[in-house]
Design a protein around this ligand. Structure first.
Ligand code: NAD
Ligand code: IPM
Ligand code: MN
Length: 371
């Protein structure tokens, strides 16, 4: 078994960010000590807490350490305390700056309905149907980064944000989505609003041109309003979904609800720099400090990190299996609790998952990875 040594920048952030990140770090520590790897965790100020401590949401030392690390693990940022700041000085601006500075233009959000949580799905699934999809969201362009203007005052104000995409920006994320689809069920749904928006027209034409290089993948282009409808009507029809920055933000929260809770969904961001892993949920201020946030999204980020950044697929699978095992044993955080299951807190959920990881590591030591 090859042992690895890696440095992970940890940006816990605000609200429930520190609680769920602590859970994910503890699972990675368990993996490392059980299987002989060495992970060095570098905790860094980021988001609202960094505004309070350093005067800005993305301090230069944080960005620098992220560039140097082997991977970045992020919790969530934001909260009422900073909501009155101008947009460019808010915690969320630090997150957008980090994605931009690291050149992260691809964001993958896997939405999978886990077996033990099937009853949590709010829509009816036919027998044999399930939800197992990946949203590939463009992350470094579009309306989030286009020209922004505000003018006027006293009830006569005007504000605008512009959706801007170049064919190159669309093509590079589309290429990734086609490759991802080619490796899965060979179906790709590309989401746009090409019946109304010029930027979406370019999106559709570019995706259709990119499709020519992937004859084995069946491409469907859908308008975003219909995609939102179809997701709820028949989510099982989707495999890989390709979206712009803003449409992906919205559709991934909707898809998360279908999997049982937004607290369950991880994501990874890839591009030119260090890869970044963050659950898709926010800082959930109303849950902060109560030990009741669901840490599974953050813990599944750890699994994605192990597989995609550290080349440790078996460790990743051990974490994913540990999550499924813990849920199958009936343990639930409050967001996914149902009759007959046992409600536990964020830290207890992490402890259960760690124990399941340790158990599968022990079996690995005894019998090898084959079991
Ligand atoms: P949110 O995702 O924080 O919360 C939405 C709902 O989901 C709430 O009901 C919350 O209680 C629940 N929820 C979220 N995460 C959960 C978890 N792990 N376990 C159980 N329940 C969970 O979104 P919001 O309320 O719109 O935003 C709150 C703050 O977070 C805002 O400041 C927003 O800008 C910020 N935000 C940050 C990120 C990020 O850092 N990646 C993402 C989204 C929102
Ligand atoms: C997300 C969040 C962020 C986004 C915000 C906080 C900037 O909602 O990662 O889903 O819109 O990308
Ligand atoms: Mn979001």
């Amino acid at each position: 078994m090859s042992r690895v040594q890696k440095a992970i920048a940890v940006l816990a952030g605000d609200g429930i960010g520190p609680e769920v990140t602590r859970a994910a770090v503890s699972v990675l520590e368990e993996c490392a000590s059980a299987l002989g790897h060495r992970f060095d965790f570098i905790a860094l100020p980021f988001g609202g807490i960094a505004i309070d401590r350093c005067g800005e949401p993305l301090p230069a030392e944080t960005l620098d350490a992220c560039r140097k690390a082997d991977a970045v693990l992020l919790g969530a940022v934001g909260g009422a305390k900073w909501d009155s700041q101008p947009l460019n000085r808010r915690p969320e601006a630090g997150l957008l700056g980090l994605r931009k500075e690291l050149g992260l233009y691809i964001n993958v959000r896997p939405v999978k309905l886990l077996g033990a949580l099937r009853a949590m799905c709010p829509v009816r699934l036919d027998e044999g149907e399930t939800i197992d999809m990946e949203i590939v969201r463009e992350l470094a362009g579009g309306i989030y980064f286009g020209p922004r203007q505000s003018s006027g005052s006293n009830g006569d104000e005007i504000a605008s944000d512009m959706e801007v995409y170049s064919a190159k920006e669309i093509e590079r994320v589309a290429l990734y989505a086609f490759r991802r689809a080619a490796a899965r069920s060979k179906r790709l749904a590309s989401i746009d609003k090409a019946n109304v928006l010029a930027s979406s027209g370019l999106w559709r034409r570019t995706v259709e041109r990119t499709a020519k290089g992937f004859p084995e993948v069946k491409l469907d282009s859908l308008y975003v309003d219909n995609a939102a409808l179809q997701l709820v009507l028949r989510p099982a029809q989707f495999d890989v979904m390709l979206t712009s920055n803003m449409f992906g933000d919205i559709l991934s929260d909707e898809a998360a609800a279908l999997a049982g809770s937004i607290g369950l969904i991880p994501s990874m961001s890839l591009g030119n720099g260090t890869a970044l892993y963050e659950p898709i949920h926010g800082s959930a201020p109303q849950l902060a400090g109560k030990n009741s946030a669901n840490p599974i999204g953050a813990i599944l980020c750890a699994a994605m990190l192990l597989r995609e950044s550290f080349g440790l697929p078996r460790e990743a699978m051990a974490v994913e299996k540990a999550v499924e095992h813990t849920l199958a044993a009936g343990f639930r955080t409050p967001d996914i609790v149902r009759g007959g299951s046992r409600m536990i807190g964020c830290s207890e959920m992490a402890a259960q998952i760690r124990a399941a990881v340790a158990e599968s590591a022990m079996e690995t030591e005894k019998y090898g990875w084959g079991v």
